[in-house]
Design a protein around this ligand. Sequence first.
Ligand code: PXG
Length: 285
Amino acid sequence: MGKVWIDGKYYDKDEAKISVFDHGVLYGDGVFEGIRVYNGRIFRLKEHIDRLYDSAKAIWLEIPMSREALSAQTEDCVRVNGISDGYIRLVVTRGRGDLGLDPRKCPRPTIFIIADTITLYPKEFYEKGLELVTAATPINHRENLSPRIKSLNYLAHILAKIEGIQAGVHEVVMLDFSGHVAECSGDNIFVVKGRKVRTPPAYAGILKGITRDAVMELAVEAGYDVREEMMTRYDLYTADEVFLTGTAAEIIPAVKIDGRVIGTGKPGPVTMDLLARFRKLVGKA
Ligand code: PXG
């Protein structure tokens, strides 16, 4: 039976509960991380912890634990659950308060850590590639709820995801308010044209993915011309290759977008090269 750590104690999965008065539940007031474990080692834990504390800072939430203590607790949770390849969900909510939205009424944030197995995309998705459509729902405006904050408010992305489900495709492309390509519902997006590997800039208002950063480093090492640039759907439609990056997906090719076949319609050589390099980096190759 899996054990979930909540505010200092381990609970059996079925007994792992938080209050209905928690503002994480009442208002989506909180932040989180999704982290991967490969061969018993946590992938880029420091980067995830730093992003979590930045997300918390941005919403005026003080995590009542040091980065070192929370990192050690995350490692402990993986060990206690005997996970060698899996997924960690680390969540910090505003905590228990009253029915008003004033965060000052929540004396102590709730922290919980789930370490579990991971549901992976089927292998054939990597071999054949995904089909995407553009969602009508734009990404949150960066001055509204910044997409840089990995918050418990995922509704814009979930509404976009629902559009993808209705359209019968695997993922959706989300645009920003000016129509520039931003990211997908749970992944970042990359566009390949020749030796050029481009991805939307993080400052424009997207989640700065940990996988995105790793893939950019690998692409630079491999000698590609890596750029962060604003793009429109025209750049997607006319690309040689498009791929998505994320903690769960790693690197996954997209071969059809809004009915346009991308490149040859099959996962391309740059995507496959970067996927091989990524798998080597995480010790899966
Ligand atoms: N953009 C968004 C909106 C995300 O939610 C990424 C990019 C990729 O970031 P990382 O750091 O993982 O490379 C994410 C990933 C899921 C799932 O089940 C994915 C995410 C969060 C929750 C669930 O696919 N985040």
